[in-house]
Design a protein around this ligand. Structure first.
Ligand SMILES: [Cu+2]
Length: 159
């Protein structure tokens, strides 16, 4: 086999692998990615739309979580609460979660930056979200295990 031909063969195998991964992970699907955090065409992180408050969001097959606000978000500070569970339904807190809030329609104007959730005694994750203007809001969530991002999702709401 010539060197050029070997290179082509490797490229083909890689293309098949990448296509296979992409097919298994439709960008529109939520919470069933098998522990992978997909990236967009430029390598930018992709935040999957999360189901409604109170619904299970699976992270691969190992964990799921449920999100809710302490009260319906309005002007001022609301607390975003995430309860993380293992596959058997036992509440756990062994992942690191960060959140960043902003208004998608005026991206960057109220960007909170990436802030780590804190856990309370019960092991629930808490993040204050500061709503400073009526309109469309988004919180982007990043879940990591041992410093490696395993899931990204986004919550949207209107105030
Ligand atoms: Cu605004």
């Amino acid at each position: 086999m010539t060197r050029a031909f070997e290179g082509l063969a490797v490229a083909l195998v890689l293309a098949v692998l990448v296509t296979g991964i992409a097919a298994a992970q439709p960008a529109s699907s939520c919470c069933n990615a098998p522990g992978l955090a997909p990236a967009g065409p430029q390598g930018e992180p992709v935040f999957q739309d999360l189901p409604k408050s109170g619904k299970k969001c699976w992270i691969g097959e190992v964990n799921y979580f449920i999100w809710e606000f302490d009260k319906t978000p309005k002007m001022g500070t609301s607390i975003l609460i995430i309860k993380l569970y293992d596959k058997d339904g036992k509440q756990v807190s062994d992942l690191a979660i960060t959140g960043s809030s902003d208004m998608p329609s005026m991206r960057g104007a109220h960007d909170s930056g990436e802030v780590a959730f804190k856990t309370n005694k019960a092991g629930s994750y808490l993040l204050p979200v500061n709503v400073v203007m009526p309109g469309d809001w988004e919180v982007r969530l990043t879940f990591s295990r041992n410093g490696i991002v395993i899931f990204r999702g986004r919550i949207t709401f209107d105030v």
